[in-house]
Design a protein around this ligand. Sequence first.
Ligand code: DPP
Ligand code: ZN
Length: 855
Amino acid sequence: PLIIRRSDYRPPDWLVPEITLDFDLDAAATRVHATLSVVRNGGQDRPLRLDGDGLLPLEVKVDGRALGPDEWALDGGALVIALPGQAHVVETRVELAPEGNSKLMGLYASSGLLCTQCEAEGFRRITFFPDRPDVLSRYTVRMEADKARYPVLLANGDPVGQGDLPGGRHWARWNDPFPKPCYLFALVAGDLACNADRFVTMSGQEVALGIWVKKADLPRTAHAMKALKDSMAWDERVYGREYDLDVFNIVAVADFNFGAMENKGLNIFNSRYILADPETATDLDYDGVEGVVAHEYFHNWSGNRITCRDWFQLSLKEGFTVFRDQSFSADMGSRAVKRIEDVRILRAAQFQEDSGPLAHPVRPESYMEISNFYTATIYNKGAELIRMIALMLGPERFRASTDLYFERHDGEAATCEDFVRAMEDGGGVDLAQFRLWYEQAGTPRVRALLNHDADAGTAELVLEQTVPPTPGQPDKKPMAIPLRVALFDPQSGQHRGDQLLMLTEAKQAFTFTGFAQPPVLSINRGFSAPVIVESNRSQADLAFLSARDDDPFARYEAMQQLMVNVLVGSIGGQPVDEAAVVAAIRHTATDPQLDPAFVAEAIRLPSEAYLGDQMAVVDPDAIHAAREALQRRIGEALEPLWRDIHARTKANAFSLSPAAKGARKLRNIALHYLVASGAQDGPEIAFGQFHEADNMTERQAALATLANGASDAREAALDIFYNRYRDDALTLDKWFQTQAFAFHPDTVQLVAELREHKDFTLTNPNRVRSLFGAFAGNQWAFHDKSGKGYRLVADCIIALDKINPQTAARLVPPLGRWRRFDEGRAAMMRAELERILTEPGLSRDVTEQAGKSLE
Ligand code: DPP
Ligand code: ZN
């Protein structure tokens, strides 16, 4: 299989300044007529090569003359034409069958709509074109379709004409004035209703906003519209970025591989990131809508106005845009809680990736299938890199640097290096060593030892860093790691200010004077660097910080570390000191100064997967048993507190205010501990919450709590939930997901049965993720020592690969983590990967992921 390397980059041989696309739309047979003005780039005489994937040219014309069959050739799907001059007009005609396109790349049908997804390489499934992000073109698009079936016709840019045609047909023309790479092309045709609104930009331009959905879903679009307007205002205020077209449209579709897509002026969304109402969406879903709407909107500058030179630069737009959407969400809600949530995601997804066979740098060196590189490393670690730069520069210089970046590269296809240079030039800093963050994979480990010299009254902090070997990178250089640190005086509970230490060597010592007593170390405050810190802090130090640290993240982290130490100790057979954990939880849960949302985060036990990450060999059964036991102890020891919290956080009426969301979060965790306590009336209380709730946040949490146990209430609640939501795909996903994620002894068997359920389908990515994505994230069940969990997921990958290889490949990484498990499990996981690889006709997507997982 072909490996694409970053070092092989070469500018395009031909540019395409203009393209006109004419679509005769039909679900079974769509005809596409493309007219490209092509211009030779540089002094070379290579032929024009237009990428194609599964296309057959019905006609090829150059400068108006139809070519004979010997005047063009197909080479690996691409159309190759030798052209004599410097500039030509090339026309092609192809026919597509959108309703047969189950890969959901290119033009496809989704519940009666026709829509597109082109990133990364879907445009070549629509027409012949140099499908690479550094070829920027002006697009004019004409669509024609049956008016009754497809009354709405949308494309990028501004609408410039429409009209009726004989035979019940109609047409529309759209023109996008901004040159763009073809991965940002989009069109939608269908019977859609519009939530229409407007936004006036900072320079007074009026923008018509539209969120297009199936008519019945219109009442569920208000939150997305608010998020859009908030995002537009925020990007003006915080980054000085204004929207640049007269219209901005969003369309929600049910079948979508990604979360959403930032096509210029016409974002296309997975409906789960648009639709929300209290009856069907949890608070987490609401936050997801807000965050993804913002993310895609922010791409208009960080992605569209400035795009990527090649796909190795993907984090240029994704890392920066994730950082921007995280900052936005922090401003809209609680900064502290948002940071905790983002770090939890980073640790669960990116740290795992970084320590496994698929580890890769933020700017990768090679790939087989670019779809496999839409990863937590590119997105979430990429965002952490920008966050570190912003921290090192400070707000003013960071803003000056982003202004410089936007100004310098507007209209260009840029590189990560261009971005870093703009940060250096705008911020007046040297980021030479910092660049290693883009080059070296693997999560750095920092050992922090604090030594106290009572005679001298000094404290010495010794920091040592190592970056573990990763595939293709056996030896690592020391990184530049910004660590926010504070030293607390245990008597006064105060510190003398937060300092930013730059760890740039393998080992470095920092001395602090004026400490008669040994201080307590608060380190990596705010999670200033995406590293693993190992320290010599005692449980007493951690308990102190969990009660006193004024940095909310560090406070949360101290609590987590306290719990991790107890759990890892108990898994290792040491006597369990639950009392410290119980005391810290009691202290936090009864502190009236604290935001309930923060309390809910802080008192939650670390996940089984996170505990697994702390062990040399993951023992899923021991982890599960230890965590359940501690949970029960916490439940029992503080039972009156859980009852009290659960009762007093019950709201009279639904609200989406931060206070109301925080109360629900705390209420749900209180319910969880109450049920974990084993109290007789636990299931009854959970069922009561399930039954009475006027919102999905409380209803689903109660269902999830019940789904872990074996009560009659469990079956009743699942039945009620199913019958209530069977016709609402997004909510039915929760029914599948809750069962796949449950800590229930029969989860493996239940998932096997759900696979055969009449509402399960491999053709909808959300449904696949809700069952198999959730199951593969359920460490205890997926790693069932029978190996049945591995077989279930591998069977799903094999079947799904024939339908949708991109989504199939996303299920491979959990099997790829075999090195972390005991020999018995590892052998079974490897056997499944090998079985997948022997499958005839396996996609490049799955071949790459499974192959690398075995290396
Ligand atoms: N570029 C999209 C996003 O991250 C993914 N296709 O929003
Ligand atoms: Zn993105």
